[in-house]
Design a protein around this ligand. Structure first.
Ligand SMILES: C[S@@+](CC[C@H](N)C(=O)[O-])C[C@H]1O[C@@H](n2cnc3c(N)ncnc32)[C@H](O)[C@@H]1O
Length: 251
């Protein structure tokens, strides 16, 4: 009996609190935190790491109000977006009429098995305390040979750790949900491999934020953006860059 209680406590500790996500993003009119140049860098990374051709059927998971779904469409993909937040999906539909945006949960995808050529996990994996269920869903919905890429903040980057990791004395909970934390690249790649996918890791610097939620961090933002561009782009800084790209394929 005691063991069963322990097991259910452990399971709930690793489950995402969906309502907290919905409430948090329900307070926003839209989500588009990077500069346009940074958004373009992420789409270019997706093209480079997946090699998917124009016309490929791609889902943008955790699409928010559709900023990356629209860029995928502009890059020539047959793109659709999915997000847990009804508010952000409604905002995206208003901003991009005609773009295919739906409400849904990345841990229970409403797409048929083997129906997609590609998946962009759009800043969503770090919102999942345990990424295994999401990885299994990505495996299920991809066709054999289908490709995926995820981008998430890197716990090994000093800024991401200082500002966004709960073990840091300077952790700020402002502007983030309780579910999220920067990721460890090997843990996430391991979850995708365990789901049956071939997975690798790359890193990205030079993604400039347009703004940050925390008032004390705001004056530091231009310094962060400059250091990120000048220091973390150096080749030997690779594993310390602010963003982890987890990418791969369904065999
Ligand atoms: C950091 S935001 C990224 C938004 C957008 N992709 C971007 O980068 O501009 C994370 C998004 O993931 C969504 N999300 C969180 N958990 C989710 C889940 N289980 N299923 C689908 N979407 C989820 C949130 O609603 C939010 O829009």
């Amino acid at each position: 009996m005691e063991r069963l209680e322990d097991m259910s406590a452990a399971a709930s500790a690793t489950a995402q609190d969906k309502q907290k996500e919905i409430d948090f993003f329900g307070g926003m009119d839209a989500y588009d935190v990077f500069t346009p140049e940074s958004n373009a860098r992420l789409i270019f990374a997706f093209q480079r790491l997946t090699g998917l051709p124009r016309g490929a059927q791609v889902a943008d998971l955790g699409c928010g109000s559709g900023a990356f779904t629209e860029l995928l469409r502009q890059a020539g993909y047959d793109a659709r977006g999915l997000d847990l937040s009804p508010k952000l999906i409604a905002a995206g539909r208003q901003k991009y009429p005609g773009l295919d945006l739906i409400e849904g949960d990345v841990e229970r995808l409403p797409f048929p098995s083997g129906s997609l050529d590609g998946v962009l996990l759009s800043g969503i994996v770090h919102h999942l305390p345990d990424p295994r269920r999401c990885a299994e869903e990505v495996f299920r919905v991809l066709r054999p040979g289908g490709k995926f890429m995820a981008f998430d903040p890197n716990r090994m980057n000093p800024f991401m750790w200082l500002y966004r990791d709960r073990s840091s004395p300077f952790y700020s909970p402002v502007g983030v949900t309780e579910n999220e934390r920067p990721i460890l690249a090997q843990r996430v790649a391991g979850a995708f491999r365990a789901a049956g996918l071939v997975a690798g890791t790359d890193y990205l610097a030079g993604l400039s934020y347009r703004h940050v939620a925390s008032r004390w961090a705001r004056p530091i933002l231009p310094i962060y953006n400059a250091i990120d561009r000048l220091i973390f782009n150096l080749p030997f800084m690779n594993p310390l860059r602010p963003f982890v790209l987890t990418y791969g394929a369904k065999p």
